[in-house]
Design a protein around this ligand. Structure first.
Ligand code: NAD
Ligand code: ZN
Length: 235
């Protein structure tokens, strides 16, 4: 522990589950009742923009009725106190990490509260419903879409993430199934550069075998306990 200076933390849908946000692979392998290929691919957006926009409108509206849980709050406490480098990489599109107070944070799969112009590439903060063919405030083209990274699209901030992984002494993965690449491969990159690796997840994941240590349980319990043990080491 004493040798840990630089930390990279990856979170997935499991960290928000106890806040009441559904995970990706819920009952029957569906995300809120939908097959992911019908709401989470560029082809789906092209074929049925009404459905895809409505799906993310519902997810965005739901954010008003959920709150950060003990896991989000513990990660924000760690961010505020940790004197070394720290990067929280979330696959989540909700805003619960920032609402808890995390600042050294990147959203690699986009954000519900942002709209992306398919014409000029500019981003706009977005709170309300986003119907198809909404005009971009920058270029005027009716081409705003949810700022979500679909399957087959390039995740955001990969340069920052790769640099942090190369410098990490500890890589921690929380509440993710380890099924979606490239995030699922971060543990291998971190190991390659010599980091210790820890998984905190409800069940064994597809990636568990790659981790030096795996602890199973709910994030709302495991994450505060892990953060408290790190902070005790800080004295
Ligand atoms: P996933 O649904 O594939 O996996 C969730 C993992 O969390 C599972 O391994 C499950 O065992 C674990 N889990 C469930 N409840 C938990 C709890 N209380 N504590 C700890 N772990 C728990 O999600 P993923 O791996 O993040 O994969 C998927 C994609 O889904 C991401 O790209 C993300 O953009 C999208 N997504 C985001 C949200 C969100 O923003 N909250 C919600 C659903 C899906
Ligand atoms: Zn535009």
């Amino acid at each position: 522990m004493a040798d840990i200076r630089n930390i990279v933390i990856l979170t997935g849908a499991g960290v928000s589950a106890e806040s009441g946000v559904a995970t990706f692979r819920g009952p029957g392998g569906l995300w809120e009742g939908h097959r992911v290929e019908n709401v989470c691919t560029p082809q789906a957006l092209f074929r049925d923009p009404e459905l895809v926009h409505r799906f993310y409108d519902e997810r965005r509206a739901k954010l008003a009725s959920v709150e950060p849980n003990a896991a989000h709050r513990a990660l924000a406490r760690l961010d505020q106190k940790w004197p070394g480098e720290l990067l929280l990489v979330t696959q989540n599109v909700d805003d619960l990490h920032e609402r808890a107070g995390s600042q050294r944070l990147v959203h690699m799969h986009g954000e519900l509260k942002s709209a992306l112009c398919a014409a000029c590439g500019n981003r706009t903060d977005w709170e309300d419903a986003l119907p198809p063919e909404t005009e971009c405030p920058d270029c005027g083209t009716p081409a705003l879409r949810p700022d979500i990274v679909f399957f087959g699209e390039m995740p955001y901030h990969m340069d920052v993430i790769e640099r942090a992984l190369a410098r990490a002494d500890l890589f921690v993965s929380i509440g993710t199934s380890g099924a979606v690449y490239p995030a699922a491969g971060f543990v291998q990159t971190a190991r390659h550069y010599g980091a210790a690796t820890l998984e905190l997840n409800l069940d064994p994941s597809e990636a568990s075998a790659w981790f030096g240590e795996s602890r199973m349980g709910p994030a709302g319990t495991l994450v505060p306990a892990w953060v408290d043990s790190l902070n005790r080491n800080l004295g």
